[in-house]
Design a protein around this ligand. Structure first.
Ligand SMILES: [Ca+2]
Ligand SMILES: [Ca+2]
Length: 153
């Protein structure tokens, strides 16, 4: 009986570990970019506003893909990094985002930023999916024609 039970446990463990290694299909459309939801894990009240990829990836299991294609950062009020005009220490899809208070000359403290990442499907999460940017025409003729029916072709 004990032997049978242990066989069942081993089988269950094997099945569980086997299921975890099942890979997601690789043939998803790479021209679709999905934005994750916005993340705001830190405040600038310490020494920096730290929204790094490694921290966010650890703290939000399954909500961010392992290798994001892009990152977007805005202040909590929605200003872009350029519009906020602060000195940013890091802002890329691999590292994530860091604004250090020590780098700011005009003010003592960074704004509070939020970030989101763009991933290929199936990592859409609760976010929004967009295609890549397309630019099929130039305005040198009658105008800049970027019609959906032409882009579909
Ligand atoms: Ca923040
Ligand atoms: Ca164009």
């Amino acid at each position: 009986m004990i032997k049978l039970l242990s066989v069942a446990i081993v089988a269950a463990l094997f099945l569980e570990s086997h299921q975890q290694t099942v890979e997601l299909p690789c043939n998803y459309p790479t021209h679709i970019q999905c934005w994750t939801v916005w993340f705001d894990r830190d405040d600038p009240s310490g020494s920096e506003d730290r929204e790094t990829f490694s921290d966010l990836y650890k703290e939000n299991t399954g909500k961010i893909c392992r290798k994001p294609q892009g990152i977007e950062a805005t202040t909590l009020s929605g200003l872009s990094v350029a519009a906020a005009g602060e000195v940013i220490f890091k802002n890329d899809a691999t590292s994530g985002f860091v604004c250090r208070n020590v780098d700011q000359t005009q003010k003592k403290m960074c704004s509070d930023y939020r970030v989101r990442f763009s991933c290929h499907p199936p990592f859409c999460g609760e976010g929004v999916c967009w295609t890549d940017w397309f630019d099929r025409d130039n305005p040198s003729g009658t105008g800049d024609w970027e019609l959906l029916k032409d882009l579909r072709k």
